[in-house]
Design a protein around this ligand. Structure first.
Ligand code: B3K
Ligand code: ZN
Length: 853
């Protein structure tokens, strides 16, 4: 396969003035007529130029220019291209008319036009539009679309505003120029839940959420989240919605979370449908965040889009940053920051430390779908968070206003983005821009000294080598700090140190040697390294006024204990449980925060930390040591767990709000600890039986499965929920993630034979195979290699059907370097087996090649 490079970018020869599409829908022979008005691109080179279109897996029925058939010998086709030779192309502009035929029913890649439960839907980002018609399928070609749909379905939808409709047809017009990746069409037997929103300037917008009949009563939360998102974007970014109608459609078969098609967002039904009985607190939180994310794309992504796919972080990093701000405003900033950093480390630090590491703005790819990564999304958001911190609230708002004013309607680059910050604030951001170009997580070593009333912190940064980038330059690292005196009170002034050199010191006058609190709020996505001890960690757990660092101290302490247990079999320092007790029982602290502070680092995070210290990570030893710390905590906190758990019980009906969810999270943590001491798992059994909402039911079920007592509960859960796809996913997941290590490979294997294991449905596949490979390290990394073989079998089975989802799942292998030689060679031989398979997709080829490199 061919490598696409940023340095090869050149403008399109022709631009599109307008597009008219007609769809005659048939499950196995849909006809698409595309009428496209092309004009010469003023930015294209001089001379007579070819017309270059993209197309993939299409049957071409006809192609005309200005009403005459294009002669066969003027057309040449490549893998995904169709070129009309320059001498057949009127250079000043022309009408292109082309008829293609497609087979949506057999399209199982869930890209382009496909069918899900008898309904038609599309997914065009990044390059799916070329599976619908020949077109310049690149984001820098933007055009207004008019769409006519003819089909035997009660609901026929496309982007923009409805123009007209009749029996079996409908016409839509989207006045806002957009790239083809934002095109969408939906047709099927759907019902809508309706509401309205009045914009700041007083326009009424109709809101519609389309679902399958029977799901109408599970849309309230999504609708409410949508209205709050619309209001928030007006209030915080000054951005109003720009059409008369905003639609969301829930689809069961979907490769990712959701898609921001203009005016017609298409969602994985998992991120729309919720009721207290079927959705957990986490589901509600994700629905809120993803509804907001897709809505926010209307400005950051749609009105201002990307020039090319290397600029993906321009829309994704910014939109993630915006949805994180929104969720913080809706819930708790402190807790949101902790949970975002937990995710960042789990997904992005992991990626940055392995063979798939790439810059936030990559400069080469083979398959762009492989770059919808934690680095582009989450690290992309962190980079914006740092910019915000460096230029302050006013500078940030000025820069964003400038961005919207200057670039509305354009397809932009990261250079444009950085430029608006430079213009708005007068700062030179050339060094800062390295965050977009250098891969790898910087390490920050800190030493300190105190003499004569002066306290000096010395920071040393190194950015590790990553594939293709052996040498790195120093980055700009904003380090938020504060100091605590021996009494536990803040001393001196907290501040922000802007590090720019490889090594740099900060000196402040302080009356005593402080305990420093560094990188407050996780002010930069770096790995902080500082010689410290348990006494200091316990002190910060008790006294830090920065809630992130208070949590971080607890996390650090637990990580250190587990690492020492794994490496030297060291006994646990009782100071940890004492400090944990203080947090558990401190009623002034938010229960959600307490739940986070009392949770242990994940097995995966521990194996990464142990490998970073130069030891081979032993997944079994990590699992046992982590479990032992849980038991130790349970014994030490026994007197308080039940009482705190009781105090977290809520009277009255379930509400998904953050306060209530925090209480449930803390109650679940106390229940899991208590079960360590209760061989009959009685409390978990009764919690399972008495639960009246999915959050409590599922957390109890997970505890039961984890302690080998899941049997009856799993059966009754299945009996109760077997008619509900989204809940059955949870039934698969809980077994894949919580089944004890010695049994889990067999259990997962058996579940793949279950009648409900519809592996072509991405949610279902991820709920079993994905959950096993990515959320059950001790099971996946069984020393006999059976977990690896199981994953590889499924990747090979899925790849020809749905390469996008298969390639994504293959990242479970990206950590292979962390383990002992036996595991390494077993992973490598599975990767090699995949690589050697004939007709592997481009997606999978790129992933396994990079992992084997
Ligand atoms: N922009 C889409 C992701 C498309 C993924 C294509 N493989 C969803 C989002 O980030 O909002
Ligand atoms: Zn996005």
């Amino acid at each position: 396969p061919q490598t696409i490079r940023l340095s090869d970018y050149r403008p399109a020869n022709f631009l599109v003035e307008r597009v008219h599409l007609t769809f005659k829908l048939e499950p196995d022979a849909t006809r698409v007529t595309a009428k496209v008005r092309f004009t010469r691109n003023p930015d294209a080179p001089a001379g007579t130029l070819d017309l270059e279109l993209n197309g993939k897996e299409l049957t071409r029925v006809s192609a005309r220019i200005d009403g005459t058939d294009v002669p066969q010998n003027a057309i040449s086709t490549g893998d995904e291209t169709l070129t009309v030779a320059a001498d057949h192309v009127p250079q000043d502009g022309f009408d292109w008319e082309c008829v293609t035929e497609l087979d949506p029913k057999s399209n199982q890649s869930l890209e382009g036009l496909y069918m899900s439960n008898g309904m038609y839907c599309t997914q065009c980002e990044a390059e799916g539009f070329r599976k619908i018609t020949y077109y310049p399928d690149r984001p820098d070609v933007m055009a207004p679309f008019t769409v006519r749909i003819e089909g035997d379905a009660p609901v026929l939808l496309s982007n923009g505003n409805p123009v007209d409709s009749g029996d079996g047809w409908a016409e839509w017009h989207d006045p806002w120029p957009k790239p083809a990746y934002l095109f969408a069409l939906v047709a099927g037997d759907l019902v809508s839940v309706d509401d309205t929103f009045t914009t700041a300037s007083g326009r009424e917008v109709a809101l519609k959420i389309y679902v399958r009949p029977g799901d109408e009563d599970r849309c309230d939360y999504a609708m409410d989240a949508l209205k709050r998102s619309m209001r928030w974007d007006e209030e915080v970014y000054g951005r109003e919605y720009d059409l008369d109608l905003f639609m969301i459609v829930a689809v069961d078969d979907f490769n990712m979370g959701a898609m921001e098609n203009k005016g017609l967002n298409i969602f994985n039904s998992k991120y729309v449908l919720a009721s207290p009985e079927t959705a957990t607190d986490t589901d509600y939180e994700l629905i809120e965040g993803i509804i907001a994310h897709e809505y926010f794309h209307n400005w950051t992504g749609n009105r201002i889009t990307c020039r090319d796919w290397f600029q993906l972080c321009l829309k994704e990093g910014l939109t993630v940053y915006r949805d994180q701000q929104f969720s913080g405003d809706m819930r708790s900033h402190a807790v949101k920051r902790i949970s975002d950093v937990v995710q960042l480390r789990a997904r992005q630090f992991r990626e940055d430390a392995g063979p798939l590491a790439h810059p936030v703005r990559p400069d080469a790819y083979i398959e762009i779908n492989n770059f919808y990564t934690a680095t582009v999304y989450e690290k992309g958001a962190e980079v914006i968070g740092m910019l915000h911190r460096l230029v302050g609230d006013d500078g940030y708002r000025k820069a964003l206003d400038l961005y919207f004013n200057q670039h509305d309607g354009q397809a932009c680059t990261i250079e444009d983005w950085i430029q608006v910050f430079e213009d708005a604030t007068g700062r030179d951001l050339s060094q800062f821009a390295l965050w977009y170009h250098q891969a790898g997580t910087p390490e920050l070593d800190v030493t300190d000294s105190y003499a004569d009333g002066r306290y000096t912190l010395t920071f040393r940064q190194t950015v590790p080598p990553t594939p293709g980038q052996p040498d790195k330059k120093p980055m700009v690292i904003p380090i938020a700090y504060g100091f605590l005196g021996a009494s536990g009170a803040e001393i001196g002034e907290p501040g922000l140190f802007e590090m720019t050199e490889a090594e740099q010191s900060l000196t402040v006058e302080l009356p005593e040697k402080p305990v420093p609190s560094l990188l407050r709020g996780f002010s930069a996505p770096v790995i902080l390294k500082r010689e410290t001890d348990n006494a200091e960690r316990a002190f910060l757990m008790a006294h830090d006024t920065d809630s992130f660092n208070k949590w971080e101290a607890a996390r650090d302490f637990a990580r250190d204990l587990i690492k020492r247990k794994v490496i030297d079999n060291a006994p646990f320092d009782p100071a940890y449980a004492e400090a944990a007790r203080a947090i558990l029982t401190d009623d002034r602290l938010d229960p959600a925060f307490r739940a986070f502070a009392l949770s242990l680092p994940s097995e995966d995070a521990l194996s990464m930390a142990i490998a970073a210290d130069g030891h081979a990570a032993d997944p079994d030893a990590i699992f046992r040591a982590r479990d032992a710390l849980d038991l130790h905590l349970a014994e030490a906190l026994a007197a308080d767990l039940e009482r705190v758990g009781e105090a977290m019980q809520i009277d009255g009906p379930y509400s998904p709000d953050a306060q209530a969810a925090g209480k449930r999270a803390l109650a679940a943590r106390t229940l899991s600890l208590r079960t360590q001491l209760d061989s009959s798992a009685g409390a978990a059994q009764s919690a399972f039986l008495s639960a009246d909402n999915m959050t409590e039911q599922l957390s109890a079920l997970s505890i039961l499965v984890r302690f080998g007592r899941g049997g009856r509960a799993l059966d009754s859960f299945y009996e109760k929920w077997k008619g509900d796809r989204l809940v059955v996913d949870k039934w698969f997941s809980v077994q894949a993630t919580a089944t004890p290590p010695e049994d889990v490979v067999g259990v997962v294997q058996r579940l793949t034979d279950h009648a409900d294991f519809d592996w072509k449905n991405p949610n279902r596949l991820r709920s079993l195979i994905g959950a096993f490979a990515l959320a059950n390290p001790v099971g996946f990394h069984r020393a006999d290699g059976s977990g690896y073989a199981l994953l590889a079998d499924w990747l090979l089975k899925l790849d020809p059907v749905n390469p996008q989802t298969a390639a994504r799942l293959s990242s479970a292998f990206e950590t292979w370097r962390r383990y002992d030689e036996g595991r390494q060679s077993k992973i490598l031989s599975q990767l090699q087996r995949i690589a050697d398979t004939p007709n592997l997709s481009r997606d999978m080829t790129e992933k396994v090649t990079r992992m084997l490199d």
